[in-house]
Design a protein around this ligand. Structure first.
Ligand SMILES: NCc1[nH]cc(CCC(=O)O)c1CC(=O)O
Length: 318
């Protein structure tokens, strides 16, 4: 029996951004299906160690595990995540269901004194803990002093305002969703800073055995977003999907043609070049999107990426 649910509960982290995203899905389900939708706020291990070096603590899916347990135990039916934070491989029994239309996937330059990365004085201090952002900043401005920056969005902005950095890099999507778009000094051109796989998209996780819910959610898919994030995530999965790997993967559309670009940086040696690859193709289904992702991953491997991946693995194991 596939009777669609009349009520359901969404598990969510309790950061402002996570709550915005969960409430967004809650409103959508009420509006489209007339369901009663509750929220279940939760603290994840990732939240508890937000101010420490996540890559040093290790473990994939630090922000999703507790939410999956709530689904497993039937305390919630959907978990809403930033897709960027969802591991490439889900545990058995879970399905990534739908991601609606993605918000701006680009990175944003945020600064109280400098209008762009290019406008920074020699040796200026920039805050980010994302290896992907570090290697791309270093590629355009090797002189910059890039320093770690952790915490949720509000914490990061506060650290900037306290004068700890000349500027910081954040996802445009998070700032826009929280009504903080006015803090964006410049959206960074993807040719300068290629976004992460899935950036700006929502990921909705459900139990695979909840067929009725999966079928209802499937009607909410935004196809261009759905195909784009499958291609981007396929690149990351094919290369091992580790967060200690500086990897960017980003889709743009030229009409019905998907253009997939990816970049791989060396995880420890900034003097190594940033590897870049691009493919395009007419993509109409998930299999086609994932095939494009695999071919970009292969180009990166063949272009010198094997040594980079080995270094990232060694780092993760250390
Ligand atoms: N890594 C944390 C994270 N996960 C999702 C977002 C922003 C929203 C999004 O990309 O969907 C952020 C903050 C950031 O990268 O600045």
């Amino acid at each position: 029996m596939n009777t669609p649910p009349l009520s359901c509960t969404i598990a969510t982290r309790e950061s402002r951004l996570a709550l915005w995203q969960a409430e967004h899905v809650q409103a959508l389900l009420r509006e489209r299906f007339g369901w009663t939708v509750d929220l279940l706020g939760m603290t994840t291990r990732g939240d508890q160690i937000l101010d420490r070096a996540l890559s040093k603590v290790g473990g994939k899916g630090l922000f999703v595990k507790e939410l999956e347990v709530a689904l497993e135990e039937g305390r919630a039916h959907l978990a809403v995540h930033s897709l960027k934070d969802v591991p490439m491989e889900l545990p058995a029994g879970f399905t990534l269901c739908t991601v609606l239309e993605r918000e701006d996937p680009r990175d944003a330059w945020v600064s109280n004194h400098f209008e762009s990365v290019q406008a920074l004085p020699l040796g200026a201090k920039v805050g980010t803990s994302s290896l992907r952002r570090v290697v791309q900043l270093k590629a355009v401005r090797p002189d910059l002093d890039v320093q770690p920056l952790r915490g949720n969005l509000d914490t990061r902005l506060r650290k900037l305002d306290e004068g700890q950095y000349d500027g910081i890099v954040l996802a445009a999507a998070g700032l826009k969703r929280l009504g903080l778009a006015s803090r964006i000094r410049a959206v960074i051109d993807p040719q300068v800073m290629l976004p992460a796989a899935g950036q700006g998209a929502l990921g909705i996780e459900v139990r695979s055995d909840n067929v009725a819910l999966r079928e209802a959610l499937a009607t909410l898919i935004d196809t261009p977003t759905w195909l784009a994030v499958h291609a981007e995530r396929a690149v990351s999965r094919a290369l091992g999907g580790s967060c200690s790997m500086p990897l960017a993967a980003h889709v743009t559309w030229r009409g019905a043609t998907m253009v997939l670009e990816a970049r791989l940086g060396h995880p420890t040696d900034a003097a190594q070049p940033l590897l870049m690859a691009q493919v395009d193709g007419a993509v109409t289904d998930v299999a086609g999107a994932e095939a494009l992702g695999l071919s970009v991953a292969q180009l990166l491997r063949d272009g010198g990426g094997m040594a980079y991946l080995a270094a990232a693995e060694a780092l993760a194991a250390a």
